[in-house]
Design a protein around this ligand. Structure first.
Ligand code: ADP
Ligand code: MG
Length: 234
């Protein structure tokens, strides 16, 4: 297992949001998390990444507990995270934004950025454009590229398709598939379930801060209650 989340309880101040959530991801998998707004999906990622205190349970990355580690230490161990919404520097160019990602990890820039440009040729074409001049989809690609510069083993994406046009969604999910083939494991929160089902091998459904379903994407489609709730009908 690359990631094991065991019975985690966490929340904000006195408000408990996650009441004992468990999930695991094997090396090489693409795993999805779905569930209604407010279910606690983003809270899971924030807790895994050390941004929120864990009240109970354990989070293990590559077999070792990462509870209590700072986000930058978690990043250094190979777990990267692109939060919901976009956290780029809007006034900086694409190239400068990518350099910022490397600055965080303190590694030499030139070679790594060339590697990323070869993976994302569209970003190379836009390298001198300011981030705020990019479309939402291109910004999302830039965020993904920034996280990939850190050479993660596991990349967690929180709603990568939020607010994007369908064509760009396809591009993002195709990219995920390709990177997965190159060895990167993914854990993805998504509202766009149809897009997620095309790439994810396994799905977790989270409701009210608890696990509600875990299984192959195919099983979700054949479960009557879940498919009605999440796939919109039969
Ligand atoms: N910073 C915060 N402070 C207090 N409550 C929060 C905060 N962020 C989220 N919450 C609450 O936690 C619950 C779960 O939120 P979230 O994890 O963002 O859900 P999801 O990502 O599944 O939509 C919601 O009820 C939300 O209002
Ligand atoms: Mg969320």
């Amino acid at each position: 297992m690359i990631l094991e989340v065991e019975n985690i309880v966490s929340g904000y101040g006195d408000i408990e949001i996650l009441h004992g959530v468990s999930l695991s991801v094997s090396e090489g998998e693409i795993v999805g998390i779905i569930g209604p707004n407010g279910a606690g999906k983003s809270t899971i990622f924030r807790t895994i990444f050390g941004l929120l205190n864990l009240n109970e349970g354990d989070v293990r990355f590559l077999g070792e507990s990462i509870v209590g580690l700072r986000p930058r230490d978690i990043l250094n161990q190979g777990l990267a995270y692109v939060p919901q919404g976009r956290f780029t520097f809007p006034e900086m160019t694409v190239q400068e934004n990518l350099e910022m990602s490397l600055f965080i990890k303190k590694i030499d820039t030139t070679q790594e950025i060339s590697r990323i440009y070869s993976l994302f040729p569209v970003l190379y074409e836009k390298r001198k454009a300011k981030a705020n001049e990019l479309s939402g989809g291109m910004q999302q690609l830039m965020e993904m590229a920034g996280a990939l510069l850190l050479m993660p083993r596991l990349l967690m994406l929180d709603e990568p398709s939020l607010g994007l046009a369908p064509k760009i969604n396809t591009e993002i999910f195709n990219r995920v598939k390709k990177l997965n083939k190159e060895g990167i494991t993914f854990l993805i929160i998504e509202q766009n379930i149809h897009a997620l089902l095309k790439v994810a091998q396994r799905i977790y459904v989270l409701e009210l801060g608890q696990n509600r379903f875990e299984g192959a994407a195919q099983e979700l489609m054949t479960d009557k209650r879940l498919s009605t709730l999440y796939l919109g009908g039969e």
